[in-house]
Ligand binder design. Structure first.
Ligand code: HEM
Ligand code: NAG
Ligand code: NAG
Ligand code: NAG
Ligand code: NAG
Ligand code: NAG
Ligand code: NAG
Ligand code: NAG
Ligand code: NAG
Length: 333
């Protein structure tokens, strides 16, 4: 008969095995809430102060900043790749179809970066600025708070082709949205939850117009759209009109981070990708929409968790990457 090891030895082996697992899977293990506790203790309040100031003259800025973190994280992880401008070595993600003439707030990121640099030079990554900026933006707009995990570093390259293929499209069928989320480790609950970010901000007519005209095989609009909402949208976004005109993603409270799921139940989702969460026959997403619509605190709790999940996508940590001094450029270029 083989004798079991003594309990203390088993504990030691378990600790060793856990340590080994951490070494083998360092990806999010190294992000931490107190990463800048000694090197830049005031970083969160600096970010919040700059955004609060900007919000006085630009009620959309919080929505725009939240979206930047999403578009950064879905392309090779939350590594600041989205922020790099074109240069000799960089083909910018800003020119990819989901971002071109659409993502905004880059000047605000520069302002936040320079405010941080004057307190704590060379310390806080641009990738972390996007993560802190997303949380501050949601809180300043009335949404939930969460503890932002920090310690991301900035990448040295951009991936424009990836920005085109990995970023979800408003015209994607639900199965494609699910698979794009799944590809970065996010599940169906994360998909429904994070789509709730469309409780504020704007979308251009070009992102919804195809639903308003000639959508079905016999030439009509998307039959799912609420008829009074359809009339409103057709007035705002005439056929072959100016595709850059802006529509509110949430018609009733356009600048507040509250709860947009009742819009989906009323067939007033602006983007096809949003409405599909509720209107796709037998989809697993329907019951999640219903539960969030019925209870804002359940949505808020889930949103906080899903933002942490999204922020954990493949960060660069340790000595990988760098701390950029200018979010638009790789150091020394
Ligand atoms: C589920 C897949 C998603 C799709 C297909 C999608 C698509 C879009 C589109 C087409 C726009 C309008 C862009 C324009 O017209 O210029 C938009 C805006 C926005 N998106 Fe999403 N999105 C998705 C998920 C997310 C997530 C996960 C977040 C953040 C957690 C987010 C946050 C926002 C915000 C806040 C805006 C408004 C931005 C502004 O006003 O500047 N979206 N989204
Ligand atoms: C932290 O930053 C805020 C906003 O910039 C400022 O009001 C406050 O005085 C700062 N506190 C410290 C200890 O530096
Ligand atoms: C962005 O807008 C500019 C100016 O209207 C236009 O020339 C350019 O083609 C647009 N780019 C994309 C990708 O839509
Ligand atoms: C959805 O994904 C399938 C399989 O990858 C692809 O063939 C199809 O073109 C995608 N649909 C859209 C609208 O992107
Ligand atoms: C409607 O769409 C169909 C198929 O895409 C196309 O053949 C037709 O020309 C379009 N009709 C109009 C009025 O745009
Ligand atoms: C389209 O609308 C945008 C914003 O509403 C405006 O800035 C732009 O000048 C318009 N373009 C044309 C060609 O009317
Ligand atoms: C259309 O929206 C209104 C609220 O504006 C709602 O009362 C009605 O039930 C909706 N209709 C459908 C078919 O969803
Ligand atoms: C919402 O959900 C929370 C947490 O599950 C629960 O404590 C609360 O009673 C619910 N509120 C309503 C109005 O159902
Ligand atoms: C481009 O990359 C090469 C090799 O990494 C480097 O030597 C060069 O300085 C870079 N040029 C610019 C403009 O960044």
């Amino acid at each position: 008969m083989v004798q079991s090891p003594a309990p203390s030895l088993m504990t030691a082996m378990a600790v060793f095995a856990a340590a080994l697992l951490l070494l083998l899977h360092p990806s999010n293990a190294q992000l931490s809430a107190n990463f800048y506790a000694t090197t830049c203790p005031n970083v969160s309040s600096i970010v919040q102060t700059v955004i609060q100031q900007a919000l006085q003259s630009d009620p959309r800025i919080t929505a725009s900043l939240l979206r930047l973190h999403f578009h950064d994280c879905f392309v090779d992880g939350c590594d600041g790749s989205l922020l790099l401008d074109n240069s000799a070595n960089i083909t910018s993600e800003k020119d990819a179809a989901p971002n071109a003439n659409s993502t905004r707030g880059f000047d605000m990121v520069d302002s936040i970066k320079s405010a941080i640099e004057s307190s704590c030079p060379g310390t806080v990554s641009c990738a972390d600025i996007l993560a802190i900026g997303a949380q501050a933006s949601v809180v300043l707009s009335g949404g939930p708070s969460w503890t932002v995990l920090l310690g991301r570093r900035d990448c040295l390259t951009a991936n424009q082709a990836g920005a085109n293929t990995l970023t979800p499209s408003p015209f994607d069928p639900l199965a494609n949205l699910t698979s794009k989320f799944s590809a970065v480790g996010l599940d169906t609950t994360d998909l429904v939850t994070l789509s709730g970010a469309h409780t504020f901000g704007r979308a251009q007519c070009r992102t919804s117009s195809p639903r308003l005209y000639n959508f079905t095989s016999n030439g009509g609009p998307d039959p799912t759209i609420n008829s009074s909402y359809l009339t409103t949208l057709q007035q705002l976004c005439p056929q072959n009109g100016n595709g850059t005109v802006l529509a509110n993603l949430d018609p009733s409270t356009p600048n507040t981070f509250d709860n947009y799921y009742a819009n989906l139940q009323n067939n007033q989702g602006l983007l096809l990708s949003d409405q599909e969460l509720f209107s796709t026959t037998d989809a697993a997403t329907i019951s999640i929409v219903n539960s969030f619509s019925g209870n804002q605190s359940v949505f808020f709790q889930n949103f906080a968790q899903s933002m942490i999940n999204m922020g954990n996508i493949s960060p660069l940590t340790g000595t990988n990457g760098e701390i950029r001094s200018n979010c638009r450029k790789v150091n020394g270029s």
